[in-house]
Design a binder for this molecule. Structure first.
Ligand code: SF4
Ligand code: SF4
Length: 283
């Protein structure tokens, strides 16, 4: 296993090595105002979209097909379509099965971080090497504008209290990942008029926690979400934000805002054959 071959963490690897996302995590424990997961469209390319949700067993059947057809897959990841740790049983069972069957493959998870901390030792045991945590604000006054609610145990938290709890848990989880030697990328979605002036502060805080990489992602207009009226940020705005963030932490500039069932090289068009296989595995 060569940890440098992760195509998202290393731009030098993204032309040669691919990733597959296994869509085994349908539920989410927070509601981001920019997210609408009701869409289920094979033509949409963005996080939260998948053409099927699989059980861990179905995911293993699908993965076998993926490895048979694609020789360049270096990473198996779980990135939704909800949050991996809002579905901890499905996520951990899938990671465990993949680790047993393919000991040499890199494992990766992308999460909002709300419920990551209780599972840090388990993901370390499974040799998950890369984790992405999406941190859109490091100030609850801004966070409360981005999230409608979050579920913490049996409680639903809203507004500033919810944003404060989310932030506290994200920071603790990122520290826990780094303490365990796991590579961490922080994603921050640039939301015009909401947090675009705050991304540098997020990057600075992530640098304090020694995250390995920072991905300032432009918001992708999302019909049906509470933020559907927001426009995609201008390219120049994104570049300026990345330049400011780069003072603090290394930047990812090659993110392709993948679907929760993405497979292959970053940016590679969806493979129709594998899309059909994915849907067939659901049955
Ligand atoms: Fe959507 Fe991810 Fe936010 Fe959940 S954490 S609401 S899946 S963007
Ligand atoms: Fe990598 Fe970005 Fe795709 Fe996530 S969304 S798998 S970080 S390229």
């Amino acid at each position: 296993m060569n940890l440098d071959n992760h195509p998202c963490f290393n731009p030098g690897a993204c032309k040669s090595f691919g990733r597959v996302h296994l869509p085994v995590a349908p539920r989410c424990n927070i509601q981001c105002k920019f997210c609408n997961r009701r869409f289920d469209c094979v033509n949409e390319t963005r996080p939260g979209v998948t053409s099927a949700v699989l059980s861990p067993g179905q995911a293993m059947v699908y993965l076998e097909e993926v490895f048979a057809l694609k020789g360049n897959i270096a990473v198996v990841g779980i990135a939704g379509p909800g949050d991996p740790f809002a579905n901890p049983e499905e996520t951990l069972e899938t990671l465990s099965r993949v680790r047993s069957r393919y000991p040499e493959v890199m494992l990766c998870v992308a999460t909002n971080g709300l419920n990551l901390e209780p599972y840090l030792d388990e993901i370390k045991r499974l040799d998950v090497s890369h984790v992405t945590v999406t941190v859109n604000a490091v100030d609850p006054a801004i966070g409360e504008q981005i999230y409608s609610w979050m579920r913490v145990g049996k409680r639903v938290l809203r507004a500033r209290e919810g944003a404060a709890v989310l932030l506290e848990r994200q920071l603790a989880a990122i520290k826990g990942l780094k303490d365990r030697g796991i590579m961490v990328k922080a994603n921050s979605i640039i939301l015009p008029g909401i947090n675009e002036g705050h991304i540098e502060a997020v990057a600075r805080r992530m640098a304090d926690l020694e995250v390995d990489l920072f991905n300032a992602m432009p918001y992708y207009p999302n019909a049906g979400s509470e933020f559907e009226h927001l426009a995609e940020p201008e390219t120049a705005t994104v570049e300026n934000i990345r330049a400011a963030a780069a003072v603090h932490v290394k930047q990812m500039r090659h993110c392709t805002r993948c679907r929760a069932d993405a497979v292959g090289l970053l940016g590679e068009p969806t493979d129709d054959g594998l899309m059909n296989t994915l849907s067939a595995c659901r049955r």
